[in-house]
Design a protein around this ligand. Structure first.
Ligand SMILES: C[S@@+](CC[C@H](N)C(=O)[O-])C[C@H]1O[C@@H](n2cnc3c(N)ncnc32)[C@H](O)[C@@H]1O
Length: 447
């Protein structure tokens, strides 16, 4: 292993928010360095290959550099670009989408400027935090350092709601009081792995889930009542059982401890139930902006049949129900489908139908004519089979809502012979992080 330190200037930001530097014809990527900044960069080579690189000393500051608002940054891996001004973060995300569409789909199209938040903090309505012991054998919760499983204990994350910070504090004190052992990843011992807190936009309700290795928590009912006594916003406490050696946070089984298993949020005029397992957009203050764009791009007509593919709890489809003849939703998680059906009922919506199925399977057996399709797949994107089925159905409009521009680009490459890409609109759902959501408006090419 050989280490050397070189004074160099950052030439750009990569897709992970790292500064790009060139050292002796080798490209290295370093955290916390912005374009134009000069720094001593230490590079470590193993068997002649670059192993890692790190800023040792920074000599100049970019005009785009800001003092991070969070005292845990950059140690905590939750945020990656908090040292970049918010205006430049939005510019970075717009360019990132543009470049990735070019790189993976050979698409050279205009990308609209990323829509940001007015105040880019306290936007998260869901947090899941690992729980471990500190040196004094007290339960602590926080987030992992970047690219590691080393916990940074955090008292108050500025991205979460104050209510969720308050609940975390109460939960940790109770975990200590009830002597519930915290999980030890190496030894695979202990009970409490993670806490999951979901809160409503108005901060009036919260659902608490303890992710545990075993459901036998002594005095769990009293634990829940104690928590609700301290935090009356908590409407229910649920256990999620995960005894597997895995990085996947949630196990498959939920057990109600006390109270309700759902909270109720509002998007536009409709109410939506949110449970432990079902997906719900994590940035409360940006949901209506995101869905508003999807609805605008869909240009719905009263006689339309709309497919809401990868529909989660039906939030997008139900928000469109009063604008179309019929909404059909398809989703793989049964709890989410159950919530979607209930959501239609509680809002008195009778023209929406939801099916539990793999979206691709559903499409392959479809003979229904959809006028418009809105698809919002998970990070891994869709499948060639799904996209080919969409081409066969040939909806007038296709709206693709994506949380990963790389898989979006891959999927658009398959669609571009049948659809014109009319608009690409990034939306910032996760300020200070690398993530960027994109809404794409596609129009069928008449052949
Ligand atoms: C990004 S979320 C979008 C959910 C919803 N549109 C919303 O805005 O809340 C993606 C959804 O796709 C679902 N999903 C993942 N794989 C799927 C598949 N193969 N078939 C159908 N749904 C799937 C997930 O469970 C999740 O609810």
């Amino acid at each position: 292993m050989s280490k050397r330190v070189t004074r160099t200037t950052c030439i750009g930001l990569d897709d992970f928010g790292k500064g790009i530097v060139r050292i002796d014809n080798v490209t290295a990527f370093v955290s916390n360095l912005l374009p134009g900044e000069e720094a001593d960069v230490a590079t470590v080579f193993k068997y002649g290959k670059l192993d890692h690189a790190k800023v040792e000393k920074r000599y100049t500051s970019s005009p785009d550099r800001v003092r991070p608002i969070c005292p845990y940054y950059p140690k905590c891996g939750g945020c990656q670009i908090m040292h970049l001004s918010y205006e430049k973060q939005l510019e970075y995300k717009t360019n990132k989408v543009k470049e990735l569409l070019h790189k993976f789909a050979k698409l050279d199209i205009d990308v609209l400027p990323c829509v940001g938040l007015e105040d880019p903090k306290r936007f998260r309505n869901k947090v899941q935090k690992p729980v471990r012991y500190n040196g004094r054998h007290e339960a602590v919760a926080g987030f992992y350092e970047a690219e590691s499983h080393h916990l940074v204990p955090i008292k108050d994350c500025l991205m979460e709601s104050p209510l969720s910070s308050k609940i975390t504090k109460a939960l940790l004190a109770l975990i200590n009081k009830y002597h519930y052992p915290c999980y030890d990843e190496d030894r695979q011992t202990g009970l409490i792995r993670h806490i999951l807190i979901k809160t409503t936009t108005d901060q009036k309700q919260a659902l608490v889930t303890l992710i545990v290795t075993d459901e036998n928590l002594k005095g769990r009912m009293n634990f829940a009542k104690d928590l609700i006594h301290q935090c009356p916003e908590v409407v229910g406490v649920v256990l999620n059982i995960n005894s597997r050696k895995t990085n996947v946070i949630l196990g498959e089984r939920d057990v109600k401890v006390y109270g309700h298993t759902r909270i109720c949020d509002q998007i536009f005029q409709n109410k939506f139930l949110i449970s432990t397992q079902s997906f719900y957009q994590t940035n409360s203050r940006q949901i209506e902006t995101l869905y508003g764009l999807a609805i605008e791009f869909a240009q719905l007509k009263k006689e339309d049949v709309l497919l809401d593919a990868y529909c989660g709890t039906g939030t997008i489809g139900l928000s469109c129900a009063d604008k179309v003849k019929e909404v059909v939703g398809v989703e793989i998680v049964s709890d989410a489908v159950h919530d979607a059906i209930t959501n239609a009922k509680i809002n008195g919506i009778t023209n929406a139908h939801f099916y539990k199925d793999d979206a691709t399977n559903y499409m392959l057996k479809q003979d229904k004519k959809f006028d418009v399709i809105i698809m919002d797949p998970p990070r891994k994107g869709s499948t060639p089979e799904f996209l080919n089925a969409v081409k066969k159905i040939a909806p007038r409009k296709l709206v693709y809502v994506s949380c990963d521009p790389v898989t979006l680009a891959r999927d658009l490459a398959l669609l571009k012979d049948s659809f014109t890409i009319e608009k690409v609109q990034p939306v910032d759902m996760f300020p200070n992080s690398l993530h960027v959501e994109t809404v794409v408006c596609l129009q069928i090419i008449k052949k």
